[in-house]
Each structure stands twice: as structure tokens, then as C-alpha cells.
Design a binder for this molecule. Structure first.
Ligand code: BT5
Length: 253
């Protein structure tokens, strides 16, 4: 079994049997907690997705966790942590479990078109100073089924692999990978290695997609993920633009 080999990430772990949301809890303690602290819970009673959406987090089935980070960079860089997190989860799933997952920009990991992981990065900043970042990661590991509302679009590592997965070993792999990618980002200021993974294993690059931002919908072709972690698309009018965030679905699927 793999062990945790990190210096900072996950060296301080706070483990719950049950909690409302690891992201919400992390926010409450981040100011007085060292960078790299991991909050993890067996279940979340009100796990959160983006824009106030719900994240189904049943007991014992998943990895429901949040990392508290305090890097010394401007708040504008914060969103890049989602790409780093996606790249590290991808490594854990593909390299260790041998499953073929793809990264669906900006914050999903999918297997056979179904969502197996979602990431929610939040931050606290004032003027141009970052207080802390919290990176919430939800991975469906041993779930045998999902509620009706998401049954057709969610999957778990167990359902895809056909055998129960050791959550601890997978967690260690993901944290080890995260620290390497995060360190190189902090030292070099570029997302290079994470972007390589996100680009080479993308569920959407090269495809016709529909981008939903609020009430607006636009058809486009996903072209690249930029050095800033944004999605570059070619619009139907033939114009290249960069997308900061949004819902992306693949046209015709
Ligand atoms: C996300 O939001 O994908 C971010 C999810 C982050 C969850 C982690 S768990 C630890 C930490 N603590 C928290 O409270 N949150 C973080 P979004 O892209 O908005 O997707 C949310 C949508 O995914 C929902 O509206 C459902 O349609 C679907 N969904 C809900 N639960 C799911 C699950 N377990 N697996 C797959 N899809 C799910």
C-alpha cells in the first residue's frame, strides 16, 4: 500500500464521522490552522456544489474532503487550484486504479461520461491579499447507487471497476500527487504539469460543446486550456474567446 510522503499536504488531518460540509467547516477554522490541513468526513449532511447546488455525500462511500492552503500569491490565481486538484485526482484514479477517467473542465472528473468527482475551490481575500484557499474535493468511491435525480449522470469508482476500493490508499496517492503539482506551481508560478494532465486527458477539448453561463447558452468548439487555466473556445462566428467558468456539456451526447 502507498503511504503519505508529503511534507505539508495532509500532515494535519481533522477527521469527522459526520459534518454539514467539510468546506464550510474549513472556512470556520482556516484563519487559525496551518496550510496543508485536511478536513475529511465519512458523510456530509449538506455537502455543497457550485452555486448553492447539493453534493450527495453518503456515509462511508466517498472521499469528502477539503484542503486549507495559504500560498503567498494574489487572489486572482486562486481558481488555478481547481486544475491542480483535478490533475491530482486524475493521477490517483488512472495511475493507481487503472481506470480511464477524463477531466471535464472546469471542475469535474468523469468516467464513461458520468461524473465521479467534483471540485469546489473557495477563497477568502481582501484587496489584493489572499487569506486562504479551500479546495473541496468529492469523489464517489464505493457508492453502489445514487439518488434518482443524479442516477443517470453520476458514477463511482466501485461501479466502474467492479470491486471495492481502498479509500485510504487512494487518498494518499492523491495527496502525494497534489503536493508535487502544488509545489511546482508555488515555486515556478506556472501550472505547466497540471495543465499537461488536464489537456491530455480532457473530456471536452476538440469537441463541440454547449457552454452555459447563468441564463446564457452558447455553442462553441473547445480548443485549449490556457496557461491561466481558462477554457479557450472557438465560437460559431469563428471568434476565439476565453471562458472563466461555467457549465460545459458536449453537443450531441
Ligand atoms: C461540484 O459542483 O461538482 C463541486 C462538488 C464539491 C464537493 C466537495 S465534497 C467535499 C467538499 N465539501 C463540500 O461541501 N463540497 C466539497 P457542481 O459542478 O455545481 O456540481 C453539482 C451537481 O453535481 C449537482 O447539482 C448534481 O447534479 C450533481 N451531483 C451531486 N452530488 C453528486 C455526486 N455525489 N456525484 C456526482 N454528481 C453529483
Amino acid at each position: 500500500q502507498k503511504h503519505l510522503t508529503t511534507k505539508e499536504i495532509g500532515k494535519n488531518i481533522i477527521h469527522f464521522n459526520s459534518i454539514d460540509s467539510t468546506n464550510s467547516y474549513a472556512k470556520g477554522i482556516a484563519d487559525k490552522t496551518p496550510s496543508g490541513t485536511l478536513i475529511i468526513s465519512e458523510e456530509q449532511l449538506s455537502g455543497r456544489g457550485r452555486l448553492g447546488r447539493e453534493w450527495e455525500s453518503p456515509k462511508g462511500d466517498g472521499i469528502w474532503m477539503t484542503l486549507i492552503l495559504k500560498p503567498k500569491f494574489p487572489p486572482s490565481e486562486g481558481g488555478k487550484l481547481t486544475q491542480i486538484a483535478a490533475a491530482s485526482v486524475w493521477q490517483g484514479i488512472n495511475k493507481v486504479l487503472g481506470l480511464k477517467s477524463l477531466i471535464k473542465w472546469p471542475n469535474d472528473i468523469v468516467i464513461n461520461g458520468k461524473k465521479v468527482c467534483g471540485i469546489l475551490t473557495e477563497m477568502s481575500a481582501e484587496l489584493n491579499q489572499l487569506h486562504y484557499l479551500i479546495v473541496g474535493i468529492g469523489i464517489n468511491v464505493n457508492n453502489e447507487a445514487f439518488h434518482n435525480t443524479i442516477a443517470d449522470k453520476a458514477t463511482s469508482l466501485f461501479l466502474e471497476k467492479g470491486e471495492k476500493i481502498n479509500r485510504r490508499a487512494l487518498l494518499c496517492e492523491i495527496l502525494n500527487a497534489f503536493e508535487l503539482l502544488y509545489d511546482s506551481f508555488v515555486k515556478e508560478g506556472t501550472l505547466k504539469e497540471s495543465l499537461n494532465i488536464c489537456r491530455n486527458n480532457s473530456a471536452i477539448l476538440g469537441k463541440e460543446v454547449i457552454i452555459q453561463q447563468g441564463a446564457n447558452q452558447a455553442k462553441a468548439k473547445a480548443v485549449d486550456i490556457t496557461e491561466e487555466g481558462l477554457l479557450e473556445v472557438l465560437t460559431e462566428e469563428g471568434k476565439k474567446t476565453e471562458i472563466l467558468t461555467g457549465e460545459v456539456s458536449i453537443r450531441g451526447e
